[in-house]
Design a protein around this ligand. Structure first.
Ligand code: NDP
Length: 412
């Protein structure tokens, strides 16, 4: 998509530009353009729009550094007079500013309208905002299919699946970006999980973990919400659903393996039992760049993988009892409909309450899993169904918060 043969740079909008993925995306773009300059080639990318939530200062700094005119801010004082503002600002930016690629690096359900707009407009979507696919995978994928929008995975595991499939099927890497159907010759797709910051702790210590403990991730440096999701394995549940939508996978074809070093990102087992694994140093700049420059490869910013220095790679089965959210991921794929939107909404409310020290860590998954059972699920016919399910999931979680003391030291 990106490069060879193009005389003009690809125009990119970065949503969530002030966050972990957004900032790394801008670093990757600056690095690739500097590389072009060194080789007297035209730049690969031009950043034409940036959106953020509430950090006006960081948005303004990024706009100056990357010379971006079109800005959007969901909340707070806009940094320039022309900045789009309000909850719909990111979606308006996508609709009003012409672009080739939209990077979806906003966190949470709030990113969905802008993702759907990008899919409607047939943009290439470098997708990090997994919550959009979990809540409304059916709508996003259908819309992308109709407009021929490409959903290029940024999540390292999904980038791994995509590359391991592309390596196997002749020409698939060049021609078949997601959404795609994996053929019958794939028997199992395994997503690895680091295990998060609380891996190895006792059930009681996990239940009562503090935000500080849960935020101390050993291998990835990420935003707060995804780091907490990683500690509860909710992130892996969301990723299972994301993989099901991107690659047309059934729950029975999916699997999760704990791999603390985060070097192997995904494994594809074929029917003949041959397995292809995708590896790389745990550095999100690699999958971000893979999505941006697809199907071409350019020198990357991450360190080379030195397996001899690492010495060993460890794998273990996840504990479904200790981390019940994981089971919910499989259940959402089987149930489909609005179950993903309900689960995601309840989780967003519970994670925020935990970060605000109003909820014990162990209650997060209890609440989000209970939401699927209590709120139930119905088919998605329109965005209204998704919005309704999201509101119901939030309402359910809110009632649960009111019934929960902030700590339960006797649990376990
Ligand atoms: P961060 O919390 O670091 O950043 C979130 C970004 O979203 C910020 O720029 C924030 O703006 C912006 N934002 C929040 N609400 C709105 C809104 N209403 N309108 C516009 N922008 C908004 O998160 P991450 O970068 O860590 O994660 C982003 C997404 O990528 C998540 O879905 C996550 O699961 C996924 N992901 C992240 C990985 C990582 O390594 N970080 C790895 C793989 C996937 P502001 O700062 O101004 O509030």
């Amino acid at each position: 998509m990106a490069n060879e043969g193009r005389t003009s740079p690809r125009r990119v909008i970065v949503l969530g530009a002030t966050g972990s993925i957004g900032r790394q995306t801008l670093d990757v773009i600056a690095h690739l353009n500097a590389d072009c300059q060194r080789h007297a080639r035209p730049p690969l990318f031009e950043v034409v729009g940036l959106a953020a939530g509430r950090n006006a200062q960081a948005l303004s700094r990024a706009a100056k550094t990357h010379r971006v005119q079109h800005l959007a801010l969901a909340q707070g004082e806009p940094p320039t007079t022309g900045t789009l503002t309000g909850p719909e600002a990111a979606e308006r930016l996508v609709r009003e500013v012409d672009a080739d690629t939209v990077v979806g690096a906003m966190v949470g359900f709030a990113g969905l309208p802008a993702m759907l707009a990008a899919a409607e407009l047939g943009r290439d979507i470098a997708l990090a905002n997994k919550e959009a696919l979990v809540a409304a995978g059916e709508l996003v994928v259908d819309t992308a299919r109709k407009s021929s929008a490409k959903l290029l995975p940024v999540d390292s595991e999904h980038s791994g699946i995509w590359q391991a499939i592309g390596a196997h099927i002749a020409g698939a890497w060049n021609q078949s970006p997601p959404p795609m159907e994996i053929g019958r010759d794939v028997s199992r797709v395994t997503l690895t999980a680091s295990g998060g910051a609380l891996r190895g702790m006792s059930p009681k210590a996990i239940y009562n973990a503090t935000p500080r403990q849960a935020l101390a991730h050993p291998t990835w440096d990420m935003g707060a919400k995804v780091t907490i999701d990683t500690a509860s394995l909710t992130n892996k549940a969301l990723e299972l659903v994301e993989a099901a939508w991107l690659f047309g996978l059934r729950a029975e074809q999916l699997d999760v393996l704990i791999h603390p070093q985060s070097i192997v990102h995904a494994l594809i087992e074929y029917a003949d039992r041959s397995v292809l694994a995708q590896m790389g140093a745990p550095d999100m700049r690699t999958p971000i760049q893979t999505a941006l420059t697809w199907p071409d490869r350019h020198p990357g910013l991450a360190p080379s993988l030195e397996l001899a220095r690492l010495g060993q790679l460890d794998f273990e089965a996840p504990d479904h009892e200790l981390f019940p959210a994981l089971r919910a991921g499989f259940e959402i794929i089987r149930r489909a409909g609005t179950s993903g939107a309900v689960f995601n909404a309840a989780n967003e409310v519970a994670v925020q309450a935990f970060l605000d020290e109003r909820l014990p860590f162990g209650r997060i998954s209890q609440i989000s899993c209970a939401a699927i059972q209590e709120v139930g699920s119905s088919p998605i016919r329109s965005m209204d169904d998704v919005l309704h399910a999201d509101a119901e999931g939030r309402r359910f979680a809110q009632t649960q918060l009111n019934d929960t003391p902030a700590t339960q030291a006797t649990h376990g």
